[in-house]
Design a protein around this ligand. Structure first.
Ligand code: NAI
Ligand code: MG
Length: 334
């Protein structure tokens, strides 16, 4: 059998970024050795440190490097996040932000048995950054188009079909934001008609925020606009044990960038105690997107085994292990 080759761009960034990135790369290297996979890693610069050194947070060659790779792993950048992530998402047209929230064994959490996926529109809404500021006022424009709403709704329903999920919930605020959310809901409803086997419902965002806490098990696939998806996905991460366990993907037609939901964690950076599992699970999502479903499943199974044993956990999960010890434990399970 011919060996599959992939070129993977890595952007370690700032703070705990490089710590969790090296953990994930070492796990991927072990996985590749045991399988018919060849992974070539190309490290690219972006973030606060890059800006201090070169004057720009996202150098042109980093954007080109991501474009020339098969997929990209991104850890975290600090204060320059909006100069790095937004241009990457919008510049590469990564129109889906996919954020699963799932309860893993031995992870302290508040909710019940949660296994949901948030499908967030990633290119428009309030994050198009169109606005103006005077001394005593500020204006932000919220952009919603039928094209972007339709492709995000299709992605959500296709995912539900592929993963045999039962329900898609469209989350909106059309009762107040009738122009923008009105168009979003109308478009989702039209797309839903093409997937009769999947239950479809609509929910207003504030009620949804409450129901996520009271009855998280109700939810399966949620599809929503950019900012609502940003906020609800952090809430969902909180339900399943916090940011150390929350992976995500930014996915387009041709390119994709996978990243933990967390940031640079300045309070623990440099101490070697960051939880690398969100980054490692993001690497698993990347393999799934590349079509390497067995390899992706192997990563998740190895993570679950480490959690079940409960011997090698970072402080956020109640343990005392270091980042590289958790990575080594995952490698042993592979
Ligand atoms: P944060 O996610 O960096 O940290 C929030 C809290 O969660 C902190 O107490 C931190 O210690 C903890 N935490 C986060 N990841 C963890 C991990 N892997 N293991 C253990 N504990 C973890 O969010 P915060 O503090 O709001 O932002 C810090 C910096 O990160 C800011 O400069 C912000 O702009 C940037 N940021 C970057 C993001 C990105 O690159 N995608 C996303 C969010 C924030
Ligand atoms: Mg966020």
């Amino acid at each position: 059998m011919k060996m599959k080759r992939y070129r993977i761009a890595t952007i370690p960034g700032d703070g705990i970024g490089p710590e969790v990135m090296s953990a994930a790369v070492s796990v991927l290297e072990t996985l590749a050795e045991n399988r018919n996979l060849a992974l070539e890693f190309v490290e690219l610069q972006a973030g606060d440190k890059t800006k201090a050194e070169t004057g720009v947070a996202l150098p042109e060659e980093t954007l080109r490097g991501v474009e020339q790779s098969d997929a990209c792993l991104f850890a975290a950048v600090g204060e320059t996040a909006k100069e790095v992530i937004l241009p990457l998402r919008q510049g590469l047209d990564l129109y889906v932000n996919l954020r699963p929230a799932k309860v893993y064994p031995n992870v302290p959490h508040v909710g019940g048995d949660v296994d949901l996926v948030i499908v967030r529109e990633n290119t428009e809404g309030l994050y198009r950054m169109i606005g103006d500021r005077g001394p005593d006022w500020g204006v932000s424009m919220r952009v919603i188009t039928r094209r972007a709403s339709e492709r995000i709704a299709r992605f959500a329903f296709d995912l539900a079909r592929r993963e045999r999920r039962r329900r898609v919930t469209c989350v909106h605020k059309a009762n107040v934001l009738d122009t923008t959310c009105g168009l979003f809901v109308e478009t989702c409803r039209n797309v839903a008609a093409a997937y009769p086997e999947i239950e479809y419902e609509e929910m207003i965002v504030d009620a949804c925020a409450m129901k996520l806490i009271l009855t998280p098990g109700h939810f399966d696939v949620l599809v929503t606009t950019n900012m609502f998806g940003d906020i609800l996905s952090d809430e969902a991460a909180g339900l399943v044990g916090g940011l150390g366990m929350a992976p995500s993907g930014n996915i387009g037609e041709k390119h994709a960038i996978f990243e933990p939901v967390h940031g640079t964690a300045p309070d623990i950076a440099g101490r070697g105690v960051a939880n690398p599992l969100a980054m490692i699970l993001s690497a698993g999502m990347m393999l799934e997107w590349l079509g390497e479903r067995d390899a992706a499943a192997a990563i998740e199974e190895a993570v679950i085994k480490v959690l079940r044993k409960g011997e090698t956990l970072t402080p956020d999960l109640g343990g005392s292990a270091r980042t590289e010890e958790v990575a080594a434990a995952v490698q042993r399970e592979l």
